[in-house]
Design a protein around this ligand. Structure first.
Ligand SMILES: Nc1ncnc2c1ncn2[C@@H]1O[C@H](COP(=O)(O)OP(=O)(O)OP(=O)(O)O)[C@@H](O)[C@H]1O
Length: 866
C-alpha cells in the first residue's frame, strides 16, 4: 500500500482522472477509488482486502489488459501501468514496482486499440502570441506512424483544421482550457500548466530529440508558437511513454495556404468522412475507398480531407490513376502484392517503441518479399508517381535475412513462455531446448531402468504441477522400493517417490526451461533493437505502398463508375458537363447528370425549384467534383474543368445549437458571416436557403444582400439555392448573377421531379404540392391553397411587392451616395481585371493589350480614392 500510494501521489496532480493498474502476479489490481471507478465503468467485481481498514480492490487478468485499456481510454481516463521489476520469487519484502507508461487517448500505439483506417493524433494548440506569431499554432503527432506536423492558422480556420485532423487528444495551455473545449470536436482536452508551452524550452527539446544544432532546416526557428506547441507534445510523450521514446519523424511545417480551405461546417455538410445521418450513412470516403490495406485507407483519407491548391500534385495523381484505369493487368499485379501486406507503418513505429510483438515481426518478415514484388510491379509503370515508388519499396536485404534467421516460422503470441526465436539463432538456446526436447527419452529410459532394478512391473514415472516429477508404485509394492527412494506423497492406493537422479535431472530441466525463456527474451530485445535501424526505411516504404493502394482504389472506382479525368486549369472558373453526385449516384438507379458553368461574368447561380427537386444534391455534386479533382481523383462527370480554388465554403441545412445558446437563425447567420469574411474571388461557395429562419421580408432582404456581396464585391463562385422566388430578379441588376432551376412538372395537382438543372428561374413554386406528397391532410392543403390565392390577389392589387432588386444598392438608404459611386467604379475595375485574366496571352494582339491598358488608365483617372 505504501508503495502504491507513493507512486500514485506523484501522478494525480497532473492526471486528475488517472487510474493505476498495479501489476501483482498474473493480475493488474486497482485500489481505493480506482477500484470503485473501474467497477462502475467496466463492471469488474469489487472486493476488499485488509481486516482493520478494508481496502476496495478490483483486478483484471494481465493477459486481457488490452481490451480493458481500450475501454478505459475511451471513457476518457488516463491509465497508468505499474509493472513489477525483477524476479518476484527471489525478492524479500515488497517486489519493486515502477510506472512504465501512461496511456491516454492520444498516446495509444497498440494496433488492436487503434482505428485501423484513421489516425489517432495527439495535438497541441498554442494561441496567438502577438506580433511574432499572430496566428494559432497547431502541432500534431501520430504516435503510431511518427508523423509530426506543424501549421499556423488564422482563428477562423482553426476549427476546420481540428475537424480535419480529428485528433483523439488536444494539449492546451491551462489558460485556454475552456475555449479549447468548445472546438475540440469530440477529442479529450488535456490542459497543461502554461509553462509547458515555452518556445525556448520547446526549441531546446526539438534540438535535443533530433540531435540538431539548429532548427533552421525546418523553417520553424522564427515561429515561437510552433516551438512552444512542439515542445509541449514532446514533453507529454516522454512523460507518458516513460521508458521508450517513440519514433518521431522530422517536423514538417505545413503551409495552410497549400491546401484548399475547408471549414468544419463544409467538411460536415459535404459528408467527407462522417455522415450527417445520425445512424451513420455512406460518406465520400466510404464510397470511394476500395483500399486493400489500412495504410492505403488512411492515405486516401488524408488526400480527400486535404485537397491541394496547386495543381501539380493532383495532376500527377490523375495521370497515375489514368494509367491504372487503362491497364487492368497492372492493377491486378499491384493488388496481388498489396493484399497480403500487414500494417507496416504501425509495425515500424512499434519497433521504434520496443513494443512490437513476435507475431508482428513475423508478419513483417513475411511481408518483405511482397514489398519486393510491389516494387517490381511499380517499376514497370510509366506514370511518374508509380515509378518513383519502386526504389523506395525495395526492402532492405539485411533486415530480411535477420528476421528469417532469428524468428521461428510461427512464433508464439507473447514472449512469456518463449517459442519465438529460432534454434539456429543461438547455440545456447539450441542446447537448452535439446535438453527439454529429450526429456521424454530420458524419462522412458529411467522408467525401464527402475522397473528392472526394483522388480516392480507397474512402476511409472509421472509428472504433475504440484509435485513435479515422481515415481509412482501401488501401496502393495511400496515396501519393495530401494533405500535411495525418498517418499514424496501417500495417496489412497499409491505411494510417490523421488530418487536423487530424478531430482537432479528435474532441477536441471527446470533451470534450462527458465534460462531458455530468459534467453529468448534477451535475444528478442536485441533483435528489436537491431531492427530499429530500419524504421525510417520501413516507414517510407509503407507510405509508398499506401500511395499505390490509394491510387489503385481511385482507379478502380473511376473505372467501375465511369468517371473521367478532370482538367485542372489556370483559367478561373468551374465548368462541368454531366456532373453527378459521387455518393448519391451509387444509391439511386437513374441519376440525372447536370451541367454547371461558373465563370467570370457568371459567378453566382441562383437555383430555384421545388423542395426535393435536387438543388442540394446538385450544389454538393459541384463542390465534391471540385474537391475530388484537387485531391487527385478522377471525377463523376463527362468532363470537368476546374480553375484555381482557395476555399470551399458551405452553408447548408438548418441545425441549431441550443446547447451552445444559439438558435437556428443565429447559427445560420454566424455561418454566413464566417463565409463573407473568408471567401475570395477564388472561393467556391454553396449557400442553401439562407434567410429562411426569420420573417419573410427580413430573410429575403438578407439573402439578397448576401448574394449581392458574394457576386459583386467578393466575386466568389457561388451556388445559391433559395425558395425566395424574388431573388431570381437579381440577375437583372447584377451582371454576375444568372438563374438556373431544377425542373419539375405538375400534373393534376401533383409534382413530378425531373432533377434536371436548366437555365432560367423556376416558373412557379411547388411548396403546397410537395406538402401534399408528404402526406399533409387534404383539408390543410385546401386551406393553404385558398390562403395562397388570397395573398397573391392582394399583393397584385396593392402592388406591394418589394422591389429590392431594381438597382444595385437600392434600399441601402443609410449609405452615402459617394459609396455607391465608388462601388460602381470598383465593379468596373474588377470586371476589367477579369477580362484581362481571361485573355489568352498567346493570341493577344498589341492592339488588344493597349485597349485594356487605356481602359485601366481611364478608370484610375476617374477614381476618387487615393
Ligand atoms: N440529379 C438527380 N438525379 C436523380 N435523383 C436525384 C437527383 N438529385 C436529387 N435526386 C433525388 O432527389 C432527392 C432530393 O434532392 P435534394 O435534397 O437535393 O432536393 P432539394 O431541392 O435540395 O430539396 P429541399 O429544397 O427540400 O432541400 C435526393 O434525395 C435524391 O434521391
Amino acid at each position: 500500500m505504501q508503495q502504491f500510494l507513493e507512486i500514485r501521489r506523484g501522478l494525480v496532480k497532473q492526471y486528475p482522472n488517472i487510474i493505476l493498474l498495479y501489476r501483482m502476479g498474473d493480475f493488474y489490481e486497482t485500489f481505493f477509488e480506482d477500484a470503485v471507478e473501474i467497477n462502475r465503468l467496466l463492471g469488474i467485481t469489487l472486493t476488499s482486502r485488509g481486516k482493520t481498514v478494508p481496502v476496495p480492490l478490483a483486478g483484471v487478468p494481465y493477459m486481457t489488459l488490452d481490451s480493458y485499456l481500450a475501454r478505459l481510454v475511451k471513457a476518457g481516463k488516463a491509465v497508468g501501468i505499474v509493472e513489477q521489476q525483477g524476479d518476484s520469487t527471489t525478492n524479500k519484502g515488497a517486489v519493486p514496482r515502477k510506472l512504465v507508461r501512461i496511456v491516454t487517448p492520444g498516446t495509444l500505439t497498440e494496433s488492436e486499440l487503434l482505428p485501423s483506417k484513421a489516425d489517432a493524433a495527439l495535438l497541441a494548440l498554442e494561441p496567438p502570441l502577438g506580433k511574432k506569431a499572430p496566428e494559432w499554432s497547431i502541432v500534431s503527432l501520430v504516435l503510431s506512424s511518427g508523423a509530426f506536423k506543424a501549421m499556423s492558422v488564422a482563428e477562423e480556420e482553426l476549427a476546420g483544421e481540428i475537424a480535419r485532423i480529428a485528433p483523439k487528444e488536444i494539449l492546451v495551455p491551462d489558460s485556454i482550457r475552456e475555449k479549447a473545449q468548445a472546438i475540440a470536436s469530440g477529442a479529450l482536452v488535456t490542459p497543461l500548466p502554461d509553462w509547458h508551452f515555452d518556445p525556448e524550452h520547446g526549441a531546446e527539446q526539438l534540438r535535443h530529440h533530433f540531435q540538431m544544432e539548429s532548427l533552421d532546416a525546418w523553417a520553424v526557428s522564427e515561429k515561437p508558437g510552433i516551438l512552444a506547441a512542439a515542445g509541449a507534445v514532446l514533453g507529454y510523450v516522454s512523460q507518458t511513454q516513460i521508458e521508450s521514446m517513440p519514433h518521431i519523424r522530422p517536423l514538417v511545417l505545413e503551409e495552410s495556404s497549400r491546401f484548399v480551405g475547408l471549414d468544419a461546417a463544409t467538411r460536415r455538410n459535404l459528408e467527407l468522412t462522417e455522415s450527417l445521418r445520425s445512424g451513420g450513412g455512406p460518406t465520400l470516403l466510404s464510397t470511394i475507398d476500395h483500399c486493400l490495406t489500412a495504410m492505403g485507407s488512411r492515405m486516401l483519407r488524408g488526400w480527400i480531407t486535404q485537397p491541394m491548391r496547386a495543381p501539380e500534385v493532383p495532376r500527377e495523381r490523375h495521370r497515375a490513376v489514368g494509367e491504372l484505369v487503362g491497364d487492368s493487368e497492372k492493377c491486378e499485379e499491384l493488388a496481388a502484392a498489396l493484399r497480403p501486406l500487414p500494417d507496416l507503418e504501425r509495425i515500424a513505429s512499434r519497433i521504434a517503441l520496443g513494443s512490437v510483438r513476435p507475431r508482428e515481426l513475423a508478419g513483417l518478415r513475411d511481408a518483405l518479399p511482397q514489398l519486393s514484388k510491389l516494387s517490381k510491379a511499380a517499376a514497370g509503370c510509366s506514370s511518374g508517381l508509380l515509378k518513383a515508388a519502386a526504389p523506395v519499396l525495395e526492402p532492405p536485404q539485411e533486415l530480411s535475412e535477420t528476421l528469417e534467421r532469428a524468428l521461428l516460422p510461427e512464433p508464439a503470441v507473447t514472449l512469456r513462455d518463449g517459442e519465438v526465436i529460432a534454434d539456429a539463432f543461438s547455440d545456447e538456446l539450441r542446447q537448452l531446448r535439446s535438453l527439454r526436447d529429450h526429456a521424454g527419452d530420458f524419462l522412458t529410459e529411467l522408467e525401464a531402468r527402475e522397473k528392472q532394478r526394483t522388480g516392480i512391473p507397474n512402476l511409472r514415472v509421472e509428472y504433475n504441477r504440484v509435485t513435479g516429477y515422481f515415481i509412482e508404485v501401488t501401496r502393495g509394492q511400496a515396501d519393495r522400493v530401494p533405500a535411495d527412494y525418498r517418499r514424496r506423497q501417500t495417496l489412497k492406493n499409491v505411494e510417490r517417490f523421488v530418487t536423487p537422479e530424478l531430482k537432479g535431472w528435474e532441477d536441471k530441466a527446470i533451470a534450462a526451461r527458465e534460462r531458455s525463456v530468459q534467453l529468448e527474451r534477451e535475444l528478442y530485445e536485441g533483435l528489436v533493437r537491431s531492427c530499429s535501424a530500419w524504421v525510417e526505411r520501413l516507414t517510407e516504404a509503407s507510405e509508398a505502398a499506401a500511395s499505390i493502394d490509394a491510387l489503385l482504389s481511385l482507379a478502380r472506382h473511376a473505372r467501375d463508375m465511369e468517371w473521367t479525368e478532370p482538367e485542372l486549369s489556370g483559367q478561373s472558373g468551374i465548368v462541368i458537363r454531366g456532373a453527378r453526385h459521387p455518393v448519391v449516384e451509387k444509391a439511386i438507379e437513374h441519376y440525372v447528370a447536370n451541367d454547371c458553368e461558373l465563370v467570370p461574368g457568371r459567378r453566382l447561380l441562383v437555383i430555384t425549384g421545388p423542395n426535393m427537386g435536387g438543388k442540394s444534391t446538385y450544389m454538393r455534386s459541384v463542390a465534391l467534383i471540385a474537391l475530388l479533382a484537387l485531391a487527385g481523383s478522377w471525377v463523376p462527370a463527362q468532363s470537368a474543368r476546374i480553375g484555381p480554388i482557395d476555399r470551399i465554403l458551405t452553408r447548408i441545412g438548418a441545425s441549431d445549437d441550443l446547447a451552445g445558446g444559439k438558435s437556428t437563425f443565429m447559427v445560420e447567420m454566424v455561418e454566413a458571416a464566417a463565409i463573407l469574411h473568408q471567401a475570395s474571388s477564388r472561393s467556391l461557395v454553396l449557400m442553401d436557403e439562407i434567410g429562411r429562419g426569420t420573417s419573410t421580408f427580413d430573410g429575403l432582404s438578407l439573402a439578397a444582400a448576401i448574394a449581392r456581396e458574394l457576386a459583386d464585391r467578393i466575386r466568389s463562385y457561388t451556388l445559391f439555392a433559395t425558395h425566395f422566388f424574388e431573388l431570381t430578379q437579381l440577375s437583372q441588376s447584377c451582371a454576375e448573377v444568372a438563374n438556373v432551376h431544377v425542373r419539375a412538372i405538375q400534373s393534376s395537382g401533383r409534382v413530378v421531379f425531373l432533377h434536371e438543372v436548366r437555365e432560367g428561374p423556376a416558373s412557379q413554386s411547388y411548396g403546397i404540392a410537395v406538402a401534399q406528397l408528404a402526406g399533409v391532410p387534404q383539408r390543410v392543403i385546401r386551406e393553404a391553397r385558398s390562403t395562397l390565392r388570397e395573398l397573391e390577389e392582394r399583393s397584385r392589387l396593392s402592388g406591394d411587392q418589394p422591389d429590392l432588386f431594381s438597382s444595385p444598392g437600392a434600399g441601402a438608404q443609410d449609405e452615402a451616395p459617394d459609396d455607391e459611386g465608388e462601388d460602381a467604379e470598383a465593379q468596373a475595375a474588377l470586371r476589367l481585371r477579369d477580362e484581362i485574366a481571361a485573355l489568352d496571352p498567346d493570341s493577344l494582339t498589341p492592339r488588344d493589350a493597349l485597349a485594356r491598358l487605356y481602359a485601366l488608365i481611364e478608370l484610375a483617372r476617374g477614381g476618387k480614392s487615393a
